[in-house]
Design a protein around this ligand. Structure first.
Ligand code: NAD
Length: 352
């Protein structure tokens, strides 16, 4: 990977490839990694006010969206590049792919570059489980998992690792997706039930996760399907014009969000008035707002994915790869002997 003619002068940037990320997961273990990521995200939500926050920068097209998600805690800067293309799956491509970067705010130099397609699935699942830890009814051990695509096994395992989930009830309009998820979850310790409709998946479930991909406002859950006391973890509605829940459900729920200015554009609450009351999750985690207050309450995590979760995930990875072989050194930064002599550095390079 590194082809460096001036090794003694180079500042190299650690790069975690897809292959290395997979090896890191096996090295740490997927459930300990999900627990570690949830802890890192919780730490950062508890110091929320320190961060630069902005709704992500989105470039929409007829087929999907490409987004940049930046943030900084004043010492470290991070961003993620991520796409969302629901039609990709039919072409044998991922709906969501991503990579991300951390940099030193002091000098602006990158300190980590990483794949984030797998890391996004892990951090989204860790965030869901962290939020469920605060909001799901006590003793919740059964989850309906509606949408059994790329995110689904990560979501199920995070709920097991962080919240003690015992049973997952799977449903997807595509039976092949449900069979794939059931096969992948076999042997994980979860009881897996394959269901033939969303209503069946929701029987006895205290947590309902919707994680479908459609480039339109879909109605995955209708009002009559949702009984009192459940926690809804709504993952798939994360773009303007892309929602999963009937608006009536939102009116019966207490709604919890990551960053309201972004969620009002992208989340389920785009269906509501712009001043509809929502609670910010960082306030629940830092004890300044209430989470679940009654057994009958419906709590809804209107998840869209926020830059701070990616920042947390990247800093977790940065810490975990130290003293391992799970990264390459990338020759990403020019480093002339005299910082002003960039041209001289080019002249000195040996033509290949
Ligand atoms: P995917 O394409 O791999 O899987 C989506 C699944 O949903 C497919 O199996 C499809 O058959 C199923 N589906 C579509 N319509 C359905 C319906 N009406 N009922 C049941 N199943 C249905 O996508 P993925 O990578 O698993 O992502 C799922 C969704 O989560 C996407 O919309 C993505 O944008 C979103 N996402 C959100 C976050 C976040 O932080 N909130 C992070 C990552 C992905």
């Amino acid at each position: 990977m590194t082809n460096n003619p001036f090794p003694s002068h180079k500042a190299l940037v650690p790069f975690v490839s897809v292959d290395h990320m997979m090896q890191l997961i096996h090295h740490i273990g997927i459930e300990p990694m999900l627990i570690g990521l949830a802890a890192a995200i919780e730490q950062d939500f508890k110091r929320w006010e320190l961060f630069d926050k902005t709704p992500r920068v989105a470039s929409h097209s007829a087929e999907g969206v490409i987004e940049l998600m930046p943030t900084s805690d004043g010492e470290v800067y991070g961003f993620k590049y991520v796409n969302g293309h629901p039609k990709n799956m039919k072409e044998g491509l991922q709906t969501v792919t991503a990579f991300g970067l951390l940099a030193d705010v002091g000098n602006g130099y990158p300190v980590l570059l990483s794949e984030m397609t797998i890391l996004t699935a892990l951090r989204t699942a860790a965030t869901s489980a962290l939020v469920a830890k605060y909001l799901a009814p006590k003793g919740a051990d059964t989850m309906a998992m509606i949408g059994n695509g790329a995110q689904s096994e990560f979501q199920s395992l995070a709920m097991k690792a962080v919240c003690g989930l015992k049973t997952v009830r799977l449903y997807d309009i595509d039976r092949a997706a449900t069979r794939k998820a059931a096969k992948n979850l076999a042997g994980t310790g979860l009881t897996v039930v394959e269901c033939t409709c969303a209503e069946e998946a929701m029987e006895g479930a205290q947590i309902i996760t919707t994680c479908t991909a459609d480039k339109q406002c879909a109605t995955i859950l209708t009002d009559n399907m949702v009984g009192p006391g459940v926690h809804i973890n709504a993952i798939g509605g994360d773009c303007p014009g892309k929602t999963e829940l009937a608006a009536d459900i939102l009116h019966r729920s207490d709604i919890f969000v990551e960053f309201p200015p972004q969620t009002r554009i992208e989340g389920e609450i785009q269906q509501l008035a712009p001043d509809h009351a929502v609670t910010e999750l960082w306030q629940v985690m830092s004890g300044t707002a209430k989470g679940r207050t009654s057994d009958a309450q419906i709590t809804l995590f209107d998840s869209v994915g926020f830059a701070i979760e990616d920042f947390s995930a990247l800093r977790y990875v940065r810490d975990q790869i130290k003293d391992t072989q799970f990264y390459h050194d990338l020759d990403l930064l020019a480093d002339p002997d005299d910082p002003r002599d960039l041209f001289g550095m080019v002249k000195r390079a040996t033509p290949q």
